[in-house]
Design a protein around this ligand. Structure first.
Ligand code: PEP
Ligand code: MN
Length: 415
């Protein structure tokens, strides 16, 4: 019998139904063009997962499925009554950590900006009464000092703060005096180096109980989601820092409570270590982010509808089917590499001929023809057109780069 998330959390099972509204992978294949790209040939340094960390990775269970880290709580702590009702709904789920926004970074002025330090007092008391661990967002040194004074268990740095190295340093200096576990949300812009930079700044200051929270990136064009997931960024960051737990915040990615379950499942399918869910006892009356918060019951249904994946395969028969296919994949990949290498050698020779005849490297009509013929041929073979387009663009770029080298090989370096 498959193990459910909630059975791992010792909860009764409920049915879950949610129709898929969009393909969340539409925005998956944005290829990293970052000049700081770290090649897999440069192996990520070996990092030790720090022992005794509160912010943990998913724990493997006996069945092979992993128990994810569950963070839940309201976008904002609004009133003691609201927080009380929300916590009461969450307690049966046994969350690992409660989130509560005390100071709210709002995009526009004259909106609710959080209850402030006074709220910290009752939020701390009410979580402590229930033996729950508490996380709040800090964006200014004074807020970090207040978080320490009220003995919160964890703080997080929000997306609008991760972008600012000065602020990350200032926060880190205050927090290092304690030192507190810190979760670092991705910056609002899709910049992996900036996200990693914030982590490293905190580490330099002596903070080592750290985790990453993927909450998506501000879209620059109309988008089906509040924030674009751009999954390739957290995937690459995990490759470079496999020691750090990576949690998914499906509430801020989607901006829509109806989409949260689908994204919570994707997080499991992509080996995230847990989630941060926004939960409110009455979302439509929430003072911030009303559209994306789940009720505690909806969170239970969401968790019950999720399918846990086994990270280790124990059954050798399952494994043999997989390894046969993998051998075939290995073989085809080598063939593809061989073809690619031969294909690009031809580009080099084309460059030599074009150079002899004083032709420009870029031949727009030929490029248009390549794009059209390959896209339609590939499409009829079941290949996705946006994948084909990106692959052809990449190959064309590399072909132009090689031809530029041919053209430059004997041209004068200085005027
Ligand atoms: C939040 O978690 O409430 C929040 C403001 O998140 P983000 O920094 O991801 O926008
Ligand atoms: Mn929010």
């Amino acid at each position: 019998m498959a193990e459910s998330v909630v059975s791992l959390l010792n909860q009764p099972c409920l049915e879950h139904h949610l129709s898929q509204l969009q393909s969340p992978f539409d925005c998956f294949l944005r290829l990293p063009m970052n000049p700081d790209f770290v090649s897999p040939l440069e192996q990520p340094a070996a990092f030790e997962v720090s022992k005794g960390s509160l912010l943990r990775k998913a724990i493997p269970s006996a069945s092979g499925a992993s128990k994810p880290f569950l963070i839940a709580g309201p976008c904002s702590a609004e009133t003691p009554a609201q927080f009380d009702l929300t916590l009461n709904g969450l307690v049966p789920l046994g969350p690992d950590l409660i989130r509560a926004g005390i100071w709210k970074p709002r995009t526009r002025p004259n909106r609710f900006e959080g209850v402030g330090v006074e709220g910290l007092r009752w939020v701390r008391e009410m979580t402590r009464e229930r033996n729950l661990l508490l996380a709040v967002e800090v964006a200014q040194p004074a807020q970090a000092e207040a978080a320490l004074k009220f003995e919160v268990d964890v703080v997080w740095i929000g997306a609008r703060t991760t972008v600012n190295p000065f602020l990350v340093d200032e926060l880190g200096k205050v927090l290092a005096s304690s030192p507190l576990p810190v979760m670092i949300k991705n910056p609002i812009n899709p910049d992996l180096e900036l996200w990693l930079g914030a982590v490293e700044r905190l580490e330099v200051l002596g903070l080592h109980d750290l985790a990453l929270v993927h909450r998506g990136f501000s879209p620059f064009e109309p988008s089906p989601y509040r924030n674009m997931p751009q999954w390739e960024i957290p995937i690459e960051l995990r490759r470079r820092r496999p020691d750090l737990p990576m949690y998914c915040d499906p509430s801020h990615i989607t901006g829509d409570a109806r989409l949260v379950p689908e994204f919570a499942q994707i997080a499991l399918d992509l080996c995230y270590d847990g989630w941060m869910f926004e939960v409110h006892h009455n979302p439509s009356h929430a003072w911030s982010d009303p559209d994306q918060q789940l009720t505690p019951d909806q969170l239970v249904r969401t968790l019950n509808g999720l399918k846990l994946r086994k990270n280790d395969l124990h059954d050798p028969s399952e494994l043999s089917g997989l390894s046969e296919l993998r051998q075939e994949v290995d073989h085809l990949d080598h063939e593809l590499l061989d073809l690619l290498s031969r294909r690009l050698q031809l580009s080099h020779r084309l460059g030599e001929i074009k150079k002899d005849f004083d032709l420009p490297i870029l031949q727009p009509r030929r490029w248009e023809q390549i794009l059209n013929t390959r896209t339609s041929a590939g499409h009829s073979m079941g290949l996705d057109s946006s994948f084909l387009f990106k692959w052809l663009q990449l190959m064309h770029q590399e072909s132009i780069r090689r031809q530029l080298e041919v053209y430059r090989s004997d041209s004068a370096k200085t005027p």
